[in-house]
Design a binder for this molecule. Structure first.
Ligand SMILES: Nc1nc2c(ncn2[C@@H]2O[C@H](COP(=O)(O)OP(=O)(O)O)[C@@H](O)[C@H]2O)c(=O)[nH]1
Ligand SMILES: [Mg+2]
Length: 341
């Protein structure tokens, strides 16, 4: 019964239903992205971000050109200086002649709909450089996952020929941390300010870090903070698995507002990428990312096809019943799953 309907609309959920006339426009847009056109990139990312019809057709047209860019994830507690550091990193990459794409995932408040921290990045020093493309994305209201959309935005920039991609996410909340950890190298930024170290541990940041950056090294207490961090890392990484090439996350210090330590930080990132390539870990890592990603797309498509207007209406009714205790949440879920499309 429901299964057939699911399969049909599920397929529609993946490919999207795009009128013939719109397909031509999408192909033209894809060609402009492939030629590196900035405005086309901005348009393409909007289509992806809005989950608009045709997004998947567009991404499929770009797919053959994806995979060349190096990807750097930057995450850490709010206020650690991530955006400032990303700007400084971008300046350094530009000095080294690289073109750069930046995607910042902004946590938005469910109450105001605005940026949670009020800091939609500006990155004034790099914003007008044609070799730099910067985009903010809201993390709220994405059906079936933030990471799929962020991946897709990065893929657009990858296909457009950007050599290095940087993605900044706040290191609170699992999905945000996950997004940064899908990069080739994840930089965890912490500051010596009170609580950052503990917050980083709680949020699972220690596990995803390939490079640690203690930013605001101009602040008092930096040396002690660095020693504590190194001691913690020693405990966690002290004994690598035998017979395997291992990577011990180095701890770098920066003063992002002045650019101090940023070239050394970039060198550490590049050393990690070299390690990935020579150890064969890059292939394993990218395979795992690809697997997670396909799984997420399947889940997104299923969620889209499942929540038909009739089922949403039934959900509203059942929720009232759950609230009145006339039906348990489990029974409500079973009834929803048993409904025909
Ligand atoms: N003293 C000092 N302040 C910094 C440094 N880096 C960033 N900041 C400041 O810290 C605040 C938060 O920076 P921001 O980049 O927005 O942090 P994010 O929330 O992690 O992206 C801003 O006021 C920055 O100017 C630094 O190295 N030293
Ligand atoms: Mg920021």
């Amino acid at each position: 019964m429901g299964e057939q309907g699911d399969a049909r609309s599920g397929a529609g959920g993946v490919a999207g239903e795009v009128p013939e006339a719109a397909l031509g426009a999408l192909r033209a847009l894809a060609d402009r992205v492939l030629a590196g056109d900035r405005r086309a990139c901005a348009r393409a990312i909007s289509i992806v971000e809005d989950e608009a019809a045709g997004a998947e057709r567009l991404l499929e047209a770009l797919a053959p050109a994806v995979g060349r860019a190096r990807r750097i994830g930057v995450t850490g507690p709010p206020g650690a200086g991530k955006s400032t550091l990303v700007e400084a990193l971008v300046l350094e990459l530009r000095r080294r002649g690289r073109t750069v794409g930046v995607v910042c995932v902004d946590p938005t408040s469910p109450f105001t709909g605005g940026a949670l921290l009020g800091d939609r990045i500006r990155m004034d020093r790099v914003a007008t450089d044609p070799g730099v493309f910067i985009r903010s994305m809201a993390s709220r209201g994405s059906l079936g996952g933030l990471s799929a959309k962020t991946h897709e935005a990065l893929d657009v920039l990858d296909a457009a020929g950007r050599e290095v991609l940087v993605v900044e996410t706040v290191g609170v909340g699992q999905s945000e941390v996950e997004v940064a950890s899908t990069a080739d190298t994840t930089v965890v930024v912490v500051s010596p300010e009170s609580g950052d170290g503990i917050q980083a541990m709680k949020a699972g940041l220690m596990e995803v870090a390939q490079v640690f950056c203690v930013n605001k090294a101009d602040r008092e207490g930096t040396d002690r903070f660095v020693r504590e961090l190194e001691a913690m890392l020693e405990l966690a990484h002290g004994h690598g698995a035998p017979g395997r090439p291992t990577w011990s996350p180095p701890v770098l210090q920066t003063v992002a507002i002045r650019g101090d330590g940023v070239p050394a930080l970039l060198d550490a990132v590049l050393r990690h990428q070299e390690h990935l390539a020579t150890s064969g870990e890059l292939a394993r890592h990218r395979r795992r990312i690809a697997r997670d990603r396909v799984r997420e797309l399947v889940e997104r498509a299923r969620a889209r096809s499942f929540w038909t207007p009739a089922r949403v209406a039934a959900l509203d009714d059942l929720a009232a019943g759950v609230d009145d205790r006339t039906v348990t949440p489990y029974e409500a879920a079973r009834r929803l799953l048993a409904l025909p499309t």
